[in-house]
Design a protein around this ligand. Sequence first.
Ligand SMILES: [Zn+2]
Length: 306
Amino acid sequence: MRWKGRKQSTHVEDRRGTTVRGGGRPLAGGAVGGLLFALFRRGSGKTKMIMIVGVIAACLIFKINPISLFMSVPGGTSQVVQNSYTPSAKEQEMLEYLKTLKGDNEIIWQKILASEGIRYRPAKMVVYRERTTTPGGIADAQMGPFYLPVNETIYIDPSFFNELATRFGAEGDFAQAYVIAHEVGHHIQKLLGLTDKVHSQQGRISKTDYNQLSVRLELQADFLAGVFAHHAQEKFNFLERGDIEEAMRAAEAIGDDRIQKHSQGHVQPDLFTHGTSAKRKRWFMRGFESGRLADGDTFSIRYTDL
Ligand SMILES: [Zn+2]
């Protein structure tokens, strides 16, 4: 991907020089609950009984609301402190790259939304290391990049890209561009009112139905990443040989079926919240080939046809 020399975004905040001490549980929450659940699933009947009794007892003794084990709870006292971080040349270049890519996304989306009569406002991007504060709690590098709709901000610790390359076998700058464009896609969904529509259903429909809505939202973000790539290619001619393949490898790597297989050894479609690898690739390519928002309505297609 050719990226040097273009205009950089002014909406990127570099927080790599600070870190967070103390504070509440990570925003991903459920870390404790997730761990318990994983152990529970693997345990024998006897282990399961012991765990149930143990958790109930612990909750009673320590006056913990058991639900809180599975929720993200911001809070506790946390402190933002300076650290002695000085970026290496490579790390500094990563920031330049992210600023450029964010700038590209702003230029392209401003134009697309204007042509649809929708007012555009850019998302913010926070680049951090290890931990940082958000209005929803503490962000942790292990969570991977994400978009927070409340303050329309993308959070990213660039070390995720090392993991993408080494653990998931998806390296290259365009694999990274796909990840960022997907997060920007979530911002576009927020501007289109789709995020709020989906989130308002939480708790009102079954968990399975809600997960399906979530898959639709995620596949559409992949589609929007493709739409961005389509228009950015027209405008900047930024693609190099192998770039689309890099994006495809990233889409493949972070599909739910792949991640589930990685972490638990088998696939459980009910728990999908992002979509399978094949579907993620398909929707990115659909956006890349068409470039038209109208072709990305993942909500009205039958779920099994997605
Ligand atoms: Zn997503």
